[in-house]
Structure formats: C-alpha cells, structure tokens
Write a protein that binds this ligand. Structure first.
Ligand SMILES: [Zn+2]
Ligand SMILES: [Zn+2]
Length: 207
C-alpha cells in the first residue's frame, strides 16, 4: 500500500498529544498558528490508521518546531515526542501494532536482544502495512540497523545535523521496553543532511 502524500491520523494524534504534554496547550496552539495549521486547534485527528492527513502538514509541523525552538532546541522535544508516542501506542493501542499480549521477560541481555529483534520485526511489519515498503531492518556488527527510504520525520527538511530524533526516540522507546537500561540508539545517516536514507542503529547490549 502506498500513501501517496497521505499519513495516518494516528501520527497527528500522537504528535499533538505529546506536544501538549511537553509544551502545554498554549504552546501547541501557538505552534499550530505559526505553522498555519490552525485547523488542528481544538480538533485533533482521532487515533486510527486511516490515511486522512496530508504528509505536507506533518513536514510543516516539524518545520514549525525547528523554526520556533531552533535545531538544537527541537531535538529533545522530537526525541521525547517519539518516545512518548511509542509508549502511548503500546499502552493504549497495542492491537493496532500487533503488540497485544507481548510482555518483556527476564532474561540475559543476549536473549533480550533476540526478543527485541523479533518485536522490531513485528513493528516494522505493521509499519510497512501502513507506509509501504520503505524500511530495511537487518542485523549488523553493532546490533540492529533500521533504514528508512522515505522518512516522514524529515521529508522536505534541510538541517545542519541529523534531525530524525522523533524516530530515534520512538525506536529507543521500543528498545527500553525490552532491553531496559541496556538500550541505546543513534541515527547514523539522515536525508535532511543530504544522505540517501535515514538509518538508525540500535546497539546490542555489551555482555
Ligand atoms: Zn528522516
Ligand atoms: Zn533522518
């Protein structure tokens, strides 16, 4: 399935709810005004996967966050938003992402990493259903690599440094859920600085 410039409602619902938590309602409203997205004020999209939102609007929201907070100031907000977004998704809507009934178990770090790998496969599978065939997930020397070849976190953005901290936060949220204190993630390539993909590494815990 290809979305052709559309994004699921869920992305906006998560983004706006987490912005409220981070910046307060007034902060979110002034950001929406600034980004010419007034249509969302008091009118957040429902939490579902229907592809009813313009992907351009998401880019506009991200551009607004970066304009208002600066690239440096935007990073922690995007990071927190991504991580909070995953946690909301896992706590409230696990069935949408095929995560129902999955609970991390107490195991050695290596076993936990295998479990993490399996859960990433489930989530990337669900994401592929929504966003199309844009992901590559594979094991590498450092741990687990996730490539995104059509990244909505940075579409149309040009930044000085890597910017997909929402994606890092989201994936670190998954990693922390399973690996706890061992979790570590980093973006190694980013379209916003001219790379041909965004690529994350989630590190294998050191024994
Ligand atoms: Zn990106
Ligand atoms: Zn990126």
């Amino acid at each position: 399935m290809s979305l052709k410039g559309k994004l699921p409602n869920q992305i906006f619902s998560l983004a706006l709810t987490t912005l409220d938590e981070i910046m307060g309602k007034n902060g979110t409203n002034s950001l929406l005004n600034y980004s010419k997205l007034e249509k969302f004020i008091g009118n957040y999209p429902p939490y579902n996967l229907d592809p009813e939102q313009e992907s351009e609007d998401f880019s506009r929201l991200l551009t607004g966050i970066i304009d208002v907070l600066g690239e440096k100031g935007a990073r922690p907000v995007l990071f927190r938003g991504g991580m909070r977004g995953f946690n909301i998704m896992r706590e409230k809507y696990p069935s949408l992402w095929n995560l129902e009934g999955i609970e991390p178990t107490e195991q050695t770090p290596e076993r936990l990493f295998d479990e993490f790998l399996n859960i990433q496969k489930i989530i990337v599978g669900a994401s592929t259903q929504i966003f199309g065939d844009i992901y590559k997930l594979y094991e590498c020397d450092e741990g687990l690599a996730l490539e995104n070849h059509d990244c909505y976190w940075c579409k149309g953005l040009k930044t000085n440094e890597h910017i997909c901290f929402g994606s890092v936060g989201f994936n670190l949220g998954i990693a922390k859920w399973i690996l706890g204190e061992y979790a570590m993630a980093e973006e190694t390539h980013c379209c916003a600085v001219g790379d041909d993909m965004c690529r994350l590494i989630m590190y294998r815990p050191k024994a």
